[in-house]
Design a protein. Structure first.
Length: 397
């Protein structure tokens, strides 16, 4: 098949600036390059670093870049915003789609995959005879979504990253038969190698009990509650928290109200709570390899966070919450799954202390994590994804 992948219009593919969605697109393209399944064209925003990526040498994957970041690109976005006051998404995303659509209309595609942007379909419908497949990473299509009925009707198929997201799509049509769950996958290879870092380099000692939080530093990720839990454990100086991430992918200059609140709350706790800032994805396995427990305390309905999978692949016990699709991968065998609520910080503190005091339990849970992680390889993810695309395409003929 000839397939187009329309990316989110924010971060580039290959994922040189990070981004979970973009990394997942990379896995699909890598699998397609290896097996030569389809002729795929990816439409992505431009970042100069992409041209140093070997992936662009593929014979079956093609990359088309739209300049939205240069002086000329930014001017184009602004002008588009002035001329089009009403857009489905932000005017910069609408500008990306407008430019991509001009190029798509010159081609014939059998299937166009919309990465986390179902609203794109409103502009594509009637301008292409390709089948439209949504790949939903977030709760972006439910009965309350703008133009939900039209978006659901237009779609040939809908692939969701979790049963939780699928359940939200089903609010559009309880009799749905075109929505399938394809769980995310990760690259397991880096977790088989020894860490490229040492604890000493991070200001940690060999006998510290290290918790790792990785992800964007935003309120919904539960980082404030985790910090409060750490403060409740101040009598246990060997318990350390490593906070890996920033407020946005690749953002080295965090300066927003939430980050300021977080910095204020952690003032004076530098020995107990250490911030790494943004870390390149290729170093993530090393940070996990130096840790004892992965903590993912999401307080929103996290669809299917790959941070949980990464903790599992590192062979770590998981402390997390019961929100969104998390319980579809974390189980009582490998994770402490906590309810959300006003007392989350108390629950986190108790769970951390319990694992700190139970080495055998940690080892047992870590082993279960490692075993469970194998089903979430990037190869399994890509195979299941393309199998679903083939099924949907056959149905749509």
């Amino acid at each position: 098949m000839k397939i187009a992948i329309l990316t989110s219009g924010i971060l580039p593919v290959p994922a040189v600036q990070g981004g979970a969605v973009e990394a997942l697109v990379d896995y699909l393209l890598e699998y397609n390059d290896k097996h030569s399944l389809h002729d795929i064209t990816v439409y992505s925003v431009l970042n100069p670093d992409v041209f140093r990526q070997e992936a662009l040498q593929s014979c079956v994957n093609h990359y088309v870049y739209i300049d939205t970041g240069s002086l000329l690109g930014r001017a184009g976005k602004r002008l588009h915003g002035l001329l089009h006051r009403r857009t489905y998404y932000h005017y910069s995303i609408d500008y990306f789609l407008k430019r991509a659509l001009r190029l798509i209309r010159r081609q014939h595609f059998d299937v166009i995959i919309l990465e986390n942007r179902p609203g794109y379909a409103l502009k594509l419908y009637g301008k292409t005879d390709a089948q439209l497949v949504y790949h939903l990473h977030n709760d972006f299509l439910n009965s309350a979504t703008q133009d939900a009925a039209a978006l659901y009707r237009i779609a040939t198929g809908i692939l969701t990253v979790s049963d939780f997201i699928r359940s939200r799509v089903l609010t559009c049509n309880a009799q749905d038969s075109k929505t399938f769950t394809i769980h995310n996958g990760i690259n397991l290879a880096p977790f088989a190698a020894p860490p490229a870092l040492s604890r000493d380099s991070l200001g940690l000692s060999s006998d510290d009990f290290v918790l790792l939080f990785s992800g964007r530093l935003v309120e919904e990720k539960g980082i404030l509650q985790l910090v409060e839990a750490m403060q409740k454990l101040s009598d246990h100086p060997k318990i350390k928290l490593l906070v890996m991430g920033s407020s946005f992918y690749g953002n080295a200059n965090d300066n927003n109200p939430f980050i300021r609140q977080l910095k204020l709350k952690t003032a004076g706790c530098e020995e107990q709570i250490k911030f790494t800032g943004f870390v390149q994805h290729d170093l993530m396995a090393s940070y996990l390899g130096l840790s004892d427990v992965a903590v993912i305390p999401s307080i929103w309905n996290d669809p299917f966070p790959t941070t949980v999978l990464e903790g599992m692949a590192a062979g770590l016990p998981i402390i997390t919450t019961d929100r969104g699709g998390i319980s579809e991968m974390a189980t009582p065998e490998n994770a402490v799954i906590l309810p959300c609520g006003a007392d989350l910080a108390d629950h986190l503190a108790k769970a951390i202390l319990s694992l700190y005091q139970d080495k055998e339990g940690r080892e047992r849970m870590g082993k279960a994590s490692k075993e469970l992680s194998y089903k979430y390889s990037k190869e399994n993810y890509a195979k299941h994804f393309f199998d679903a695309i083939a099924l949907l395409a056959a149905r749509g003929k």
